[in-house]
Write a protein that binds this ligand. Structure first.
Ligand code: HEM
Length: 575
């Protein structure tokens, strides 16, 4: 018996060396007498490891091999059959569990950022449309999808297939109540029916007006007008605050001024809301009794959460009073999302929303909309700073689209085709929503094309995760995927066009037009008035800078994106 395990040791060493524990189900396992369900590497890989140097790692490989052996994993985690023996990674912790998420990416633990770090070699060097990930100790075995075709099959028909958003992945959004993003089935349909009309042209007109006004407040408050050139350290701070204030104004209908947090030292709505957003995941993990400990940080956090809780119930009551007797036509004129949600209040929640659902939805907009928008705005400007030719093209387009000296209107935005393409291209390279997970509630067939055309039956209770980085870095769909090439979006940018970074099918992002309106307004005003440039290290080329700075991406809070970097802004004309 032991001999048979030892005989397979080189396989484990290969796993270790490749930094990528994989298995192939078309390989026949000698130990299992030809069982095609074994998770081991093929003989070709096995041969690679038969060199003397591999024995250096033998100790670790032993442990790893025994933990990851196909014979032990069913004992530890009997649901492994849900991945249908699809080849893939055998790891200790799923990246979607607390342990897996906390430990950085290592050969034995993918960590939260594996799909970025391994993007060029994942999916078996892109030869497979899907792979499995089987955690030995913690987490659910899952199928990861790296092909847009397969993702489409699942998501476009997800209502018919009765796929569900997994409960364990929705927890962080449930702290304020159920929402469009956390519900499934009939409840989801009710939320979508009510929220759909709230994302109307009236809302986008308000988004454009508010973003333009925020931009002007920002320029005045930042003191840039006193200089012709300014270096903004951690440039991300600017788009992050723009997105935050825009969502507070257009989502909550609370008129936060740009500079509130600096002038007012007391706990204000803006400050408390920022704390709540920042500490959302911590709030989930910290037990109630811990807030009684003599730790000032925890007290402040608790205070902010309580403040926002009371504030929100108050805000609902006040808005309800204001809306009493309002005729539906007037309601349509209101450009904020919150008023539309309050108008749908119905305590029986048969056709409307409960108070907690109104609050849950408002917070979901903030959580899913704030950091995502902020990151892409920063990255789009970062790429335009590196690629001056693309920036010049954008500036020319802006000057011919916008009437001289005037702010953009909602109608002007449709003329900014190249600018929108730049925004989508930044979004493609760094999709802020890293993974979209679904659980099956019945057996589902999926057709894969690579490595060979076949149909795989996913049993009831399987987990499938769309890997947004793999989907958008697939060279078959996006040739030269590492390159910032906005032109690839020309002609595919429109309202009805699929921009899969916003999801696919019926659960596609409801906020797409909201964020596009905000982004085009902010970017067009910013680039019209300021030239953005990068700050090179001595002797560094632009290409080297791009590798160094734009390659450092990871999940930060709720959104994936590039780590903070500085930008130089210089005044173009007399602003
Ligand atoms: C660049 C910014 C954004 C990106 C990349 C983005 C991406 C996505 C993606 C990929 C989904 C689908 C998730 C899934 O199917 O599991 C989604 C759903 C959603 N997004 Fe966004 N989003 C952005 C901004 C926003 C904004 C600004 C809002 C609100 C104002 C918003 C509200 C929502 C909601 C409520 C859902 C759930 C829809 C449903 O389940 O029916 N998003 N978003």
């Amino acid at each position: 018996m032991l001999y048979k395990y030892l005989g397979n040791l080189p396989t484990a060493i290969v796993h270790l060396q490749l930094n990528f524990p994989m298995g192939w189900h078309d390989h026949h396992c000698s130990f299992h007498h030809g069982n095609p369900r074994c998770f081991r590497s093929p003989n070709t890989l096995l041969r690679v490891s038969n060199t003397p140097c591999v024995y250096l790692d033998t100790g670790i490989a032993f442990i790893r091999y025994f933990l990851g052996c196909s014979c032990l994993s069913p004992l530890v985690n009997p649901s492994w059959k849900h991945v249908q023996y699809v080849p893939g990674m055998r790891v200790l912790f799923s990246p979607l569990t607390i342990f897996g998420a906390m430990i950085p990416t290592r050969s034995w633990n993918p960590g939260l950022n594996w799909s970025w770090i391994w993007r060029k070699t994942a999916y078996m060097n892109r030869t497979h449309d899907i792979i499995s990930m089987v955690p030995i100790l913690f987490g659910k075995p899952s199928i990861y999808v790296g092909s847009l075709d397969v993702a489409r099959q699942l998501l476009v028909n997800e209502n018919k297939l009765r796929l569900e958003k997994p409960a364990d992945l929705r927890k962080s959004l449930l702290l304020w109540g159920e929402s469009l993003s956390t519900t499934n089935g009939e409840d989801w349909r009710r939320h979508r029916r009510i929220l759909g009309p709230a994302f109307s042209n009236e809302t986008y007109v308000t988004v454009v007006k508010e973003t333009a006004s925020i931009y002007r407040e920002m320029v005045a408050a930042e003191g840039w007008m006193d200089n012709t050139e300014v270096v903004v350290e951690e440039f991300h701070r600017i788009p992050s605050h723009v997105a935050f204030v825009a969502l507070a104004r257009c989502g909550f209908n609370v008129r936060l001024p740009w500079a509130e947090e600096r002038e007012n030292e007391d706990l204000s709505f803006g400050k408390a809301l920022k704390t709540v957003i920042r500490t959302n995941l911590a709030r989930l993990a910290i037990p109630i009794w811990a807030y009684k400990l003599p730790l000032e940080g925890l007290h402040k956090m608790d205070q902010a959460w309580k403040y926002i809780g009371v504030y929100m119930h108050d805000l609902v009551a006040r808005r309800r009073e204001e809306l009493r007797g309002e005729v539906p036509e007037n309601l349509h004129q209101r450009g904020d999302l919150f008023s539309r949600l309050v108008a749908a209040l119905d305590e029986n929640a048969k056709i409307g929303l409960k108070e907690q659902e109104v609050i849950g939805n408002t917070f979901t907009f903030m959580f899913v909309g704030h950091e995502t928008s902020a990151r892409v705005l920063t990255e789009a400007l970062g790429f335009l700073a590196i690629h001056q030719d693309e920036q010049d093209k954008a500036v020319n387009e802006i000057s011919s689209a916008l009437p001289a000296g005037q702010d953009p209107t909602f109608n002007d935005l449709s003329k900014l085709v190249h600018l929108l393409a730049c925004f989508h291209e930044a979004l493609r390279i760094y999709p802020p929503s890293l993974m979209m997970g679904r659980d099956t509630t019945s057996e589902i067939p999926i057709k894969v094309t690579h490595p060979s055309p076949q149909t795989i039956l996913l049993p009831k209770g399987s987990r499938v995760v769309m890997d947004m980085i793999a989907l958008h870095h697939d060279p078959r769909v996006f040739p030269d995927p590492e390159k910032f090439k906005p032109s690839r979006w020309y002609g595919k940018n429109g309202v009805g066009d699929e921009v899969s970074m916003f999801g696919l099918g019926p659960r596609v992002c409801i906020g797409r037009k909201f964020v596009e309106s905000e982004a085009l307004t902010f970017l067009s005003m910013f680039l019209r008035d300021w030239k953005v440039d990068i700050i090179l290290s001595p002797g560094e080329t632009r290409a080297q800078y791009e590798d160094r700075v734009m390659g450092r991406a990871r999940l930060i809070g709720h959104a994936f994106g590039v780590e903070p970097f500085p930008l130089k802004v210089s005044r173009r004309v007399s602003v």
